[in-house]
Design a protein around this ligand. Structure first.
Ligand code: AMP
Length: 396
């Protein structure tokens, strides 16, 4: 699946047009206060380009999972509009309406360069059902649709894909960057191409592993996932977390990697604990792990082996922590891998979610080529699946 040919905001004339932009304003809030405005800041370049090129801009997004009237109060986009106005240094109008008369009146009254935000699209259950009438009504707020919400691009919702049935549709800068960096890495990687996968379950990442096995030179697996593979290799894994029903699949994947000549690196030593607790007793096991102990991080030899594989890579894609990085005694594997990627000259791509958070917490964010803005969406992109929010956009 290649999206390298999708039209962007720079490929169309937006002057004098009304443009509906699907943003990712799904920011964390505490008592109505935005605790991290990163997603709003990241949306600014696309909005800026549009207003500077004479468009009137209608912004929409979801925020949280509003279910009832009470939870809707906590999921209003009002604070987002206010913060965006501060960041843009100009007025940003807000309406509590979405597809009703008020929203339409405000949208049709917008002059070039003016910006408005409509309320959380998920206040309508029709949004996630991709209801065609709802999508049509949203679309009638504007002349052009721009999708810039990568985090929801793997969902076929009304505001992420449905509206594209009624309007010319292109991508904003955020989606363009995701497509071009991840798309080029998959289609034409600088070699050696190394993928590092970690996290809790093999079952969540089978699709990614299978797709990447056709493309990478080296596949590195850490985290709890690695114990299912080590069990498949006949190693003792003690009480480590693993998926018994995925051992046969893990064997097949290892055999496939071998037949394709892909180097498959798994932990050769592990930091294990006698209980799942930050204060547990810990012990490093080489090879087999004794019963009564669970592997919670990769060991020192493995860290070095993984870091060496990354050091001379041309392209690195990383998704998922190497251990229980939320607990300091088991965070070292994840830290060493993050550092090795940051220090390498490789094109470095960090999947969203835990690995992105780890890289940011550790202060390595500006050393990476790209940190994806979508966890689930980046995984599906790496799986080679169709992303409805991108597939619906017009080709050049
Ligand atoms: P995922 O959402 O699949 O990327 O998984 C991330 C989670 O996997 C994190 O919360 C980690 O704490 C957890 N994890 C990583 N390694 C291990 C391990 N060895 N044992 C248990 N949990 C782990």
């Amino acid at each position: 699946m290649s999206y390298l040919n999708k039209k962007t905001i720079e490929d169309i004339d937006v002057n004098g047009k009304r443009v509906l932009v699907r943003c990712d304003f799904n920011v964390p809030l505490a008592d109505g206060v935005i605790t991290d405005d990163k997603r709003i800041r990241e949306s600014v370049p696309t909005i800026k380009y549009l207003v500077e090129h004479g468009a009137a801009v209608v912004l929409c997004s979801h925020l949280g999972r509003p279910k009832d009237e009470e939870s809707k109060k906590k999921c209003t986009l009002a604070p987002v509009a206010k913060r965006l106005s501060e960041l843009m240094g100009r007025e940003v109008k807000f309406t509590t309406d979405i597809i009703g008369e008020k929203a339409h009146a405000m949208a049709s009254g917008l002059k070039p360069g003016e910006i408005m935000v409509i309320e959380n699209v998920r206040f309508y259950k029709e949004e996630t059902k991709n209801d065609p009438e709802f999508a049509k009504s949203l679309a009638s707020l504007a002349d052009i649709f721009v999708n810039d919400a990568f985090g929801t691009a793997h969902r076929a919702h009304a505001s992420t894909a449905g509206v594209a049935d009624y309007l010319p549709a292109v991508c904003g800068y955020l989606i363009q960057k995701e497509i071009s960096i991840m798309g080029n890495a998959l289609a034409n990687p600088k070699r050696p191409f190394v993928a590092i996968l970690g996290g809790a379950k093999v079952s969540d990442k089978i699709g990614v592993i299978t797709n990447l096995l056709d493309k990478v030179d080296t596949l590195i697996v850490g985290g709890a996932m690695a114990y299912t593979f080590n069990a498949a290799r006949g190693k003792k894994i003690g009480d480590s977390k693993f998926e018994a029903d995925k051992v046969d699949l893990a064997k097949e994947i290892l055999a496939k990697a071998e037949s394709k000549g892909v180097k498959f690196l798994l932990p050769v030593d592990n930091v294990a604990a006698d209980e799942f607790d930050v204060n547990a007793n810990t012990k490093v096991f080489e090879g087999n792990i004794d019963d009564g102990w669970m592997g919670l991080d990769i060991g020192p030899k493995t860290r070095q082996m993984f870091a060496e594989a990354v050091a001379d890579a041309g392209t690195v894609i990383w998704n998922g922590p190497m251990g229980v990085f939320e607990m300091a005694p088991f965070a070292n594997g994840t830290i060493v891998v993050a550092k090795a990627i940051a220090e390498s000259n490789a094109v470095s791509i960090i999947g969203g979610g835990d690995s992105a958070a780890a890289v940011e917490q550790l202060g390595f964010a500006d050393k990476m080529t790209h940190i994806s803005t979508g966890g689930g969406a980046s995984l599906e992109f790496l799986e080679g699946l169709e992303l409805p929010g991108i597939a619906c956009l017009n080709d050049k």
